[in-house]
Design a protein around this ligand. Sequence first.
Ligand code: PLP
Ligand code: COI
Length: 354
Amino acid sequence: METKTMNIKIEKAKTSKIDKVDFDNLAFGNVFTDHMLVCDYKNGSWNIPEIIPYQPISLDPSAKIFHYGQSIFEGMKAYKDENNDIWLFRPLDNCKRLNISAKRMAIPEIPEDYFMEGLTALLKLEKDWIPQTPGSSLYIRPFIFASGTGFHASPADEYKFIIAFAPSGAYFSGKVKVLIEEKYSRSANGGVGYAKAGGNYAGQFYPTQLALEKGYNQVIWTDDNTHEFIEEAGAMNIFVRINDTLVTAPTSDRILDGITRKSILKIAKDEGIAVEERKITVSEIVEAAKNGSLKEMFGAGTAAVISPISAFGFRDVDYDLPEIGDNYASLLKKRITDIQYNRAEDKFGWRVKV
Ligand code: PLP
Ligand code: COI
């Protein structure tokens, strides 16, 4: 990664919480490191980012984030290899996607050098927090929200860009059972589904809660218009294997253009696996489950990595996926994590050293 050119001020925390953390038993995203990066947008421009001790944020009750939901985020990970070198995976793609989300939500775009240099400086300071326990990594949450005030329903004039870190283990423990949803919708044509906007997640919570009550872990969203096509899950893109072909829905303005998704497509092609990006109907999946041609289903995302799906529910019927030895999920998970943790050649040039 480029060397630091910006003068990022660092205020160090007086004490560290690191000794209190059980790095062998990390859950996902509920322990935070000692520092965070903060960058304010005021008077029409972004200030130079600063690093300060991790702490609560004070906001005016009329801050527009509370009323109109101008809030976007990213999800990334930092990995430590056995030589203690630190790696990021396609970080510029996250920065670019944050700015795609920013544009859609009328939030000012963050300059790429502020994002990259800010992130690098914070990672160097927090390097001891990057877990080396297998399956763990440092989850990185960059986000921007409207801190500017007023009840007028219009974009704020002030924003905060923050990066916070959480040493994390797996997002799902064990196999995932999903429910194919045909009443509620996550997103619509012309909407904000392709943005990582906070409201996209809030809107999923109620239908997902109903699914959790029925014993499912995630909802698979179908298109809002007909509910005939499988789109993606709440926190990951979805792949299905029909016979030997790996299929995923095409991206659209309703689906998040997942970085894991597009990496999996490349790796699968590189493995000689037949890959299709095309619309998948629910009836096709149900039929394939019945006739045995549906071999696998898995989710793909930064937090979820590759999460095999054990069964899906549709219209009160559960369809179990078979357990197959030479499954694509394990092969693709190994290939992508070997690149991320610097255990294998990075033939696509995705890994970035910090
Ligand atoms: N879809 C949704 C709705 C997500 O929240 C995520 C996670 O970021 C993904 C897909 C996967 O995207 P990525 O692989 O870039 O993490
Ligand atoms: C990620 O995978 O990084 C995400 O942002 C998903 C989130 C819901 C945990």
